[in-house]
Design a protein around this ligand. Structure first.
Ligand code: CA
Length: 190
């Protein structure tokens, strides 16, 4: 009987410790917003709505795109900017939910404030996905300007995801938790 109680006690302590460990709050922060929720946007980058007959889910039914065209050398491809208010400072890993048309339209660059543009690219075409990203930016608490910069035509961006969780890899459509323009409908473009 005594042994029984002891073992039960040990089991209970173990379970309690496990619960505390599992219940421990995750200290990482994430900011997810719609790519179409821009502060400003420059042509030929533009906001587009999902057309009827699209089978793949697009968050907010809208995205930012640079339609495919034969670009001249050094022709600017536009950019979108987003005013962000960061509450938790730290190193953020940057992801974009992208759709690439083919190997000549499979990249976009991101930058924060006056920082250098960093390219996100991969070789998955004709479907929405989160290209593996190694882009990281150090952000202090307060206001920052996030830039999405055109590098090639033939691309679409649905969502932008910044997280301090180094190991996190977004999949599918994420739930946005940040509005760049809280007074506007996210799908209302400028
Ligand atoms: Ca979207």
């Amino acid at each position: 009987m005594k042994w029984h109680r002891l073992i039960s006690g040990i089991t209970a302590s173990f379970l309690l410790a496990l619960m505390v460990k599992l219940g421990k709050p995750n200290n990482s922060t994430y900011i997810c917003f719609e790519a179409e929720d821009v502060t400003t946007i420059e042509q030929p980058m533009r906001i587009a709505k999902v057309e009827k007959g699209e089978t793949e889910k697009v968050s907010g039914n809208a995205f930012v795109e640079i339609p495919w065209f034969k670009k001249e050398k050094d022709q600017p491809l536009g950019k979108a900017t987003y005013k962000l208010n960061i509450s938790e400072g730290g190193v953020y890993y940057v992801w974009v939910r992208a759709y690439w048309i083919h190997g000549c339209g499979n990249s976009v660059a991101v930058a924060v404030d006056d920082g250098r543009p960093m390219v996100i690219t991969d070789n998955t075409y004709n479907r929405w996905h989160w290209p593996r990203s190694t882009v990281q930016v150090k952000l202090s608490p307060g206001e920052h300007t996030f830039h999405l910069i055109g590098t090639e035509p033939g691309i679409k961006i649905d969502q932008i995801y910044l997280t301090t969780d180094r190991g996190y890899v977004p999949t599918g459509v994420r739930t946005p938790n940040y509005k760049v323009n809280p007074k506007q409908e996210a799908s209302q473009g400028k």
